[in-house]
Design a protein around this ligand. Structure first.
Ligand code: MLT
Length: 273
């Protein structure tokens, strides 16, 4: 499916019927990282997964693209679909966008599903690393970025025993357009610290983190959840930073439970839902 949102041509998956769950991919990936969640959830929900501008099949935005601008695109997509609110999920960079969305559009956020993400802003070293990565992508394309990122994105067990997942992630990185990668690196480097706003996030939150995530480790997730009024944290075994791809069954079970009538975010129990 495609929609014109804020002047940008956005590609998205829209599957199933029922309560809307919108899933935002990480960097430098695309909406296909959520394939297993779309398949599992679409039996009982409406699952929407956009390619952020500059990734997958979506048109690039001018650089750098802020996490707020991506959040505006998510709001624009909800408007296009006639959805007043949705459960908003995001992995890593998608989580930065979800934080920005919850900050700007609290009334449209029924619940949050945060995966392997961080609340803090970049350190000066991290910003310098992003500038260096952008220069590398411009000079040599995505192959060296894939080589550099893969060992940190995936748990050792995934790299040793799941060549299918390793290959899917590598191919996803290799097809990411350089312009989109550079624009997102600039936006992530400039993103504000979401930590002071955590106590104001009043909706239910499911925080999923891979046990072996070295980019946004479980301890960091615990610190974020301690500041969120209504958070539940689930540590996913046999997974690193890309838990929804590395251990889809456990992630799907956690999301299914969270969204169930007995879970943290059952339909109708959230104020205003
Ligand atoms: C991601 O997976 O989206 C990235 O690790 C985010 C980042 O580089 O901060």
């Amino acid at each position: 499916m495609r929609a014109r949102v804020n002047g940008v041509d956005v590609a998205y998956t829209d599957a199933g019927q029922g309560e809307a769950v919108l899933l935002i991919h990480g960097f430098p990936l695309d909406r296909t990282m959520w394939d297993a969640q779309v398949e599992a959830l679409a039996g009982t929900r409406r699952v929407i997964a956009p390619d952020l501008g500059g990734f997958g099949e979506s048109e690039a935005r001018s650089e750098p693209v802020s996490m707020e601008a991506f959040a505006d695109d998510v709001r624009g997509l909800l408007d296009h679909l006639g959805l007043p609110r949705a459960v908003i999920g995001g992995l890593s960079m998608g989580g930065y966008v979800a934080f920005a969305f919850a900050r700007k559009y609290a009334e449209r956020t029924r619940a949050l599903i945060l995966c392997d993400t961080r609340a803090g802003a970049d350190s000066p070293e991290a910003r310098a690393g992003r500038a260096e990565m952008a220069a590398l992508a411009r000079a040599r394309g995505l192959a060296p970025i894939a080589d550099r990122m893969l060992p940190r994105l995936l748990a050792p067990a995934t790299r040793e025993r799941r060549p299918d997942v390793v290959e899917r992630v590598r191919r996803m990185i290799l097809r990411a357009p350089v312009a989109g990668v550079v624009a997102a690196l600039g936006g992530m480097a400039e993103r504000p610290d979401a930590t002071p706003g955590l106590p104001a996030i009043g909706c239910p939150v499911l925080f999923i983190v891979g046990r072996h995530d070295v980019i946004s480790p479980p301890a960091e997730a615990e610190a974020i959840c301690a500041k969120l009024p209504r958070a539940r944290r689930v540590v996913i075994p046999d997974a690193g930073h890309l838990a929804p791809m590395e251990n889809a069954a456990a992630v799907n079970a956690a999301i299914g439970e969270f969204l169930s009538p007995a879970g943290g975010a059952p339909p109708g129990r959230t104020a205003g839902a």
